[in-house]
Ligand binder design. Structure first.
Ligand code: HGY
Ligand code: MN
Ligand code: MN
Length: 415
């Protein structure tokens, strides 16, 4: 075999276990590494150290994205990129993002240590703020890398305390005014390949260890601010109320209903709610809902979003509340590159590893990278299909197998 049997399994395991300790709260609370917080910055510095031990040339860009470069023999040849993220959701698991990040570094270190010839430069990357948990929108680092943000966007994206990503970047030594410098140059990139946990149950149920992703669903993330009239829970008669939470409840059920009916691959979630003042004997004055609507078909996703927004305004009129819409991200689904799909499949066949083509219901940095280069994704199983929760689990042998496939694929693409 080529490089697969040279991957240093114990080094990968050690890196994985050490990274999992950063931001670890407890078995019940899982991991919390929100972007640009001390825990996530410590994780980035740990990973940067792994890149440097691997002999990679490291750099942060002005959006906090981290890169580790392994120069190829032909400086003019386009670079092969691979990586993922290390930030987590609130009470997340240890595998989401870290598997692809650490496996990419391990692959590059193994290629370098074994003197595997490669014409193309290979670059490991860690994109900042892939999760929407802090700033409401996901895959922000790779969106910045593909040039999707103007400087004003960095004042628009803010966390629940009103801290903008521009402020958070500046507090951590990055310069939001230099957002233009973050843009990658598509003419210099051959492709981007990401290894990731599946985050659903298909691989486990099929008993197949590797998923070859052929399409990636995309989200619309938006926040609805519903304003009514705060009041006394006891003294205010029902006919006098303008209750934004009752309005929100109708909207939440309509998100579920439209996602259940408009299409098999459409999903809709309201996972974020803020109620003000959130007191048991006060009719709320204001409720904020965070919506996440996704599909592998853009037009169907847009139809679902439009339906929910029209429904919300109908509820507002009927209940005499107001609803403001903050459109945070609105991404388009993507297909992966057919040649890379074939290469991943052929690599699995060469290694004697069973594989299947699979759709990604989760989105990833690869979704954005598709706008500027050819992309591929490799999945490893998620036990019981659980992710974004402390119970998220992938056996280390599955991670190792995914790293072997990734390394072989990167070595072939960079040849
Ligand atoms: O939400 C997602 O699909 C990704 O895990 N950020
Ligand atoms: Mn995630
Ligand atoms: Mn992820």
């Amino acid at each position: 075999m080529g490089i697969a049997d040279k991957i240093n399994k114990e080094r990968l395991r050690e890196h994985f276990e050490d990274l999992a300790k950063i931001g670890y709260i407890s078995e019940k609370e899982g991991n919390i590494r929100l972007p640009l917080t001390p825990a996530e910055r410590a994780a980035a510095e740990l990973v940067k150290g792994y890149m440097e031990s691997a002999g990679l040339e490291t750099r942060y860009d002005q959006f906090g994205n981290l890169f580790g470069l392994l120069p190829g023999s032909d400086p003019e040849a386009k670079k092969v990129m691979s990586g993922s993220h290390i930030d987590t959701v609130i009470n997340g698991g240890r595998f989401d993002g870290t598997v692809g990040t650490l496996s990419a570094i391990e692959a590059l270190q193994t290629i370098k240590e074994n003197g595997i010839p490669h014409k193309h430069t290979i670059e490991a990357c860690v994109f900042l703020s892939e999760e929407s948990a802090r700033f409401g929108g996901g895959t922000l680092g790779s969106q910045a890398y593909i040039g999707r943000f103007k400087r004003s966007d960095l004042d628009r994206l803010k966390d629940k305390d009103g801290v903008t990503i521009a402020q958070a970047l500046a507090e951590n030594g990055f310069d939001p005014d230099k957002i233009e410098s973050v843009k990658g140059d598509p003419s210099k990139i051959k492709c981007f390949v990401e290894l990731h946990i599946e985050q659903s149950i298909i691989l486990e149920e099929s008993g197949i260890p590797i998923g070859v992703v052929d399409q990636i669903a995309a989200p619309t993330n938006l926040r609805l601010t519903i304003k009514g009239r705060a009041g006394h829970a006891g003294a205010t008669p029902m006919w006098l109320r303008r209750d934004p939470f009752a309005a929100a409840a109708e909207i939440v059920l309509e998100v579920e209903r439209i996602a259940q009916t408009i299409g098999k691959e459409t999903v809709g979630t309201v996972g974020e709610v803020y109620v003000k003042p959130n007191a048991i004997n006060v009719i709320p004055g204001e409720v904020v809902l965070g919506l996440d609507i996704r599909d592998v078909t853009y037009d169907r996703k847009q139809a679902a979003v439009k339906h929910v927004l029209d429904f919300a305004q109908e509820v507002a009129a009927r209940r005499h509340v107001t609803i403001d819409v903050d459109m945070i991200v609105d991404l388009a689904p993507e297909k992966t590159n057919k040649d890379i799909v074939s290469l991943i499949s052929a690599t699995c066949d060469k290694l004697g590893i069973n594989h299947m083509n699979i759709t990604s219901g989760a989105y990833h940095d690869a979704l954005n990278m598709a706008a500027i280069t050819d992309i591929g994704m490799i999945f490893v199983p998620s036990i019981k299909g659980i992710s974004h929760a402390p119970e998220e689990f992938t056996p280390f042998d599955d991670i190792f197998r995914g790293a072997q496939v990734l390394a072989e694929v990167l070595a072939e693409l960079a040849k």
